[in-house]
Write a protein that binds this ligand. Structure first.
Ligand SMILES: Cc1cc2nc3c(=O)[nH]c(=O)nc-3n(C[C@H](O)[C@H](O)[C@H](O)COP(=O)(O)O)c2cc1C
Length: 175
């Protein structure tokens, strides 16, 4: 029987969701169906699935609290199925911080949570100043200045490496 797969996401400006849609396409090309839910709308039992993938973006150093709560609440069930996690952040645009073992947010996340998914990945997100409200724009500008990134507020750059996303999708399919 075909694996039942679900992807859960926490996305504010849509980049994590865009990555999830790409992952879903990889599954679809192989005629496998995947359900996709925002972490806010998922009320199903984890054990109704064979594979569960969670994607979450970083805002001010942390992943969405609902994701953390979900993992803590479902820890026992998650350990009975195949699971994967990926983080989306801007620090990962730097080659030396673009892997699960070198990205500071991923390292910190797994130190703070009692869960070991089968596969972990990290992707660089999107910088789009015009989308950010005043306060966020100033803060991101500051973060970018600190990390030697673009500070011009007309900048719109998608740092996501789509080949890496496709490769991750293939890995998930075969997990
Ligand atoms: C308010 C705000 C705070 C952010 N904080 C961080 C941060 O602390 N570190 C980082 O690497 N990226 C940070 N980012 C960048 C996001 O992780 C990146 O833009 C990502 O693509 C957002 O994904 P989403 O659209 O799915 O939410 C921040 C972005 C915003 C808008």
């Amino acid at each position: 029987m075909e694996d039942r797969t679900v992807i859960l996401y926490a996305s504010v400006d849509g980049q994590t969701l865009k990555i999830c849609n790409k992952l879903r396409d990889v599954f679809k090309q192989n005629k496998q169906t995947v359900s996709l839910f925002s972490i806010n709308n998922f009320n199903d039992a984890v054990t109704n699935y064979d594979k569960l993938i969670i994607g979450a973006s970083i805002r001010y150093g942390v992943h969405n609290k609902k994701v953390i709560d979900f993992i803590n609440t479902n820890k026992k069930e998650l350990d009975t199925i195949k699971t994967a996690f990926f983080s989306v952040n801007l620090v990962a645009r730097k080659a030396e911080k673009s892997t699960p073992v070198t990205n500071p947010y991923v390292i910190k996340f797994f130190k703070s949570i009692d869960w070991t998914p089968n596969i972990v990945e990290v992707f660089a997100g999107k910088l789009d100043y015009k989308k950010y409200p005043f306060f966020d724009r100033i803060m991101i500008q500051f973060i970018m200045w600190m990390t030697k990134g673009p500070t011009n507020t007309s900048t719109e750059i998608e740092y996501t490496n789509w080949d890496k996303v496709t490769a991750f999708g293939e890995q998930l399919k075969n997990m």
